[in-house]
Design a protein. Structure first.
Lengths: 257, 396
């Protein structure tokens, strides 16, 4: 049993996503700390990938900036080792299958466990392919997070039944990015999830405003925000930690208002 | 050859976002429903014969054979198909299938532009909307094909991300598909991506080897000793190989793009230089760095400029059933000029990679041996780029 459930014990969870190494690893470290100090319940750390096919332009840009800056998987493991001296909230990696596979999946997931990573989100590993990594995740007690989409339809129950850690409910069709409106019928999907599992469920994709955080958290157990935070980092660079901290505070408060 | 989960040995699979899973399942169910349906098969065969101009010729290249002084060389003339390449075979099949599924919009990626032109053509014919994603770099290299697609009524979206070539066009088409699934079919152009695409595209391209076999038996009364085709994702190659896979005496040879050489970073030879990975929906071989980042690849040929290879090729390589070799830009350009001068046939720069290998192989074989080269497309689209490569600036 991982400690991911702890993220859902302080009211509605607020989960920020941060691309490691954008603009540099030192700044990432300060941003993660600022987010944790300001109420983030769990943090998704992105390991950049050259061709992130599930991402919109904002996070694609962060991936490119981070890779140009020279980050790699080993440097990100070192970052987590450093962070774990000061931070206790659950941390998960969000990356693509090839980053894990090419590192040697056993070695990658074992190292996750050693440095204090509690889960993995891999958008290109659907239910049908999870055996690629699931046995190794079980071996080292790292949760493989399941995603459910507005198009999942009859698959929702099947995925929810076997979910671990938390369920990442994708709010909308398409890729990551800020959206002015979220139109999917999420409440009926959450209902099916609830019928099939006690694992908590957080909603992500398209969320940027406190109102959206409130609406999504009201439907589920929490809200996940990526692109809106990456935009703050893109705008303020090395000065971003305090701005991200203030944003996280406002979103955590809104989710629980 | 494919098992239930779309595996070719360890390769293949469905490594895609959850958002797309029902779409590929729906596609697989529709394909299984229609592939053996007599009406669907008849409709497709009529399109092949009356619209695309099939069967394509199997031509004995006598001048080339005599000049090289070895094996008899036959050319499978996919360049004579409507739209000038083998791509139309797959596109007519997929567009017809999409129409049966009630889709009204086709999206596609394209490298050299041949698949984009073929998709735009099928969309025009069947009254469907069409959007083609093309790397910005490729829109410059293949400006004529961009114009053709627009003329046919398609929207062409230049992709500026990454290396602005074929892999980025695939990524962007996948992103577009996740945004709009209900009315849209992603008409993937090669034997790659998530299951069921590698199987569907192979089946529609397998008409190439089916015809080669019939034509060769009619002309020579026997099977060829070798079949040679170029490999990017590998659709014309798998189409050329498929009906010979069980004929173990027929050598199957795929020619990858070595670019400036497989010992340089400017190459697109996946099997020669890549390693096992997971990308674009499939497990297969990919050009990548030590941390799994997909490598920028290079070839003079926009159609072979892709960092991966279809999963069935990866499997044929693993089992040793097919051989794969790499041809440099220089060798391909030389073959482009050679076939033009010797036979009066201007091959696509992609196909020229297969011609180049045949030029090495033929002289080493006896005169009673027979090799078939698939000329996957015509080379008119490449003339301006080859002229530039040779230092001649012509009006494009």
């Amino acid at each position: 049993m991982t400690k991911i459930h702890k993220a859902f014990e302080n009211g509605k969870a607020f989960i920020p996503f941060i691309t490691c190494g954008d603009p540099d690893l030192e700044t990432t470290k300060e941003i993660v700390k600022a987010a944790a100090e300001n109420g983030a319940d769990l943090i998704e750390l992105g390991i950049p990938f050259s061709d992130p096919t599930a991402e919109g332009p904002v996070i694609q840009g962060a991936n490119i900036r981070a890779l140009k800056g020279g980050v790699n998987t080993d440097k990100i493991f070192d970052l987590v080792r450093e962070l774990r001296k000061e931070i206790t909230i659950p941390l998960v990696f969000m990356t693509y299958a090839n980053v894990v596979f090419s590192y040697d999946a056993d070695k990658f997931i074992k190292t996750c466990s050693e440095v204090g990573i509690d889960g993995l989100i891999l958008p290109d590993i659907p239910f049908e392919e999870k055996e690629e990594f699931l046995p190794i995740c079980h071996k080292y007690d790292v949760a493989l997070i399941s995603l459910i989409a507005p198009t999942s339809d009859k698959r929702v129950g099947m995925i929810a039944k076997e979910a671990e850690g938390f369920i990442y409910l994708v709010s909308s069709l398409g890729v990551t990015g800020v959206r002015s409106e979220i139109n999917s019928d999420l409440s009926s999907i959450v209902k099916v999830i609830r019928e099939n599992t006690d694992v908590p469920c957080a909603i992500g994709f398209g969320i940027s405003t406190p109102q959206q955080a409130y609406d999504m958290a009201a439907l589920s157990d929490g809200a996940i925000v990526g692109s809106a935070i990456i935009k703050i980092i893109e705008k303020y660079g090395k000065d971003a930690p305090k701005y991200v901290g203030a944003y996280v505070r406002s979103m955590k408060d809104a989710a629980n208002s | 050859m494919t098992n239930l989960n779309g595996r070719f040995g360890i390769h293949g699979g469905q490594y895609i976002p959850e958002t797309l899973m029902n779409a590929v399942t729906e596609l697989e169910e529709a394909y299984n429903k229609y592939k053996d349906d007599p009406d669907f098969c008849m409709e497709l065969e009529t399109l092949f014969n009356d619209y695309a101009g099939r069967p394509s010729l199997l031509y004995y290249a006598e001048n080339m054979s005599k000049d090289l002084g070895g094996a008899k060389i036959y050319l499978k003339r996919e360049d004579l198909n409507h739209t000038g390449a083998h791509k139309i075979n797959n596109v007519l099949g997929q567009a017809l299938l999409a129409k049966k599924m009630g889709k009204t919009r086709l999206i596609a990626e394209t490298g050299a532009g041949q698949h984009g032109v073929a998709t735009a053509t099928a969309a025009a014919l069947m009254g469907m909307e069409c959007v083609v994603f093309m790397g910005e770099e490729d829109t410059k290299r293949q400006a004529l094909n961009v114009y053709r697609m627009k003329l046919l009524g398609a929207d062409v979206i230049p992709v500026k991300t990454g290396t602005a070539t074929l892999k980025d066009a695939v990524s962007e088409a996948m992103r577009e598909w996740t945004k709009r699934i209900d009315d849209t079919h992603y008409c993937l152009g090669s034997v790659m991506g998530p299951h069921p695409f590698p199987t569907i595209v192979r089946d529609f391209q397998a008409v190439i080897s089916k015809e080669i076999k019939q034509q060769m038996l009619a002309k020579e009364g026997r099977l060829p000793d070798a079949v040679i085709a170029c490999v990017g994702g590998g659709s014309n190659a798998i189409g050329s190989f498929y009906h010979f896979i069980e004929d173990k005496d027929v050598r199957l040879i795929g020619c990858e793009a070595a670019g400036r050489g497989i010992d340089t970073f400017e190459t697109a030879a996946t099997i020669s230089t890549g390693k096992l990975g997971i990308f674009h929906g499939m497990k297969s071989y990919f050009c990548q760095d030590d941390h799994g980042q997909i490598a920028p690849v290079y070839s003079i040929s926009a159609g072979l400029d892709y960092p991966g290879v279809g999963p069935e090729h990866a499997y044929l390589y693993d089992t040793g059933r097919a051989e794969y070799t790499a041809i440099t830009d220089d060798e391909a350009v030389n073959a482009f000029e050679y076939l033009s001068k010797k036979e009066g046939i201007i091959p696509a720069i992609e196909s020229s990679h297969a011609v180049a290998y045949a030029m090495k192989l033929a002289p080493t074989l006896d005169k009673d041996k027979i090799i078939v080269i698939t000329i996957s497309g015509r080379g008119d689209k490449d003339c301006a780029a080859i002229a530039r490569y040779k230092g001649v600036d012509i009006y494009d």
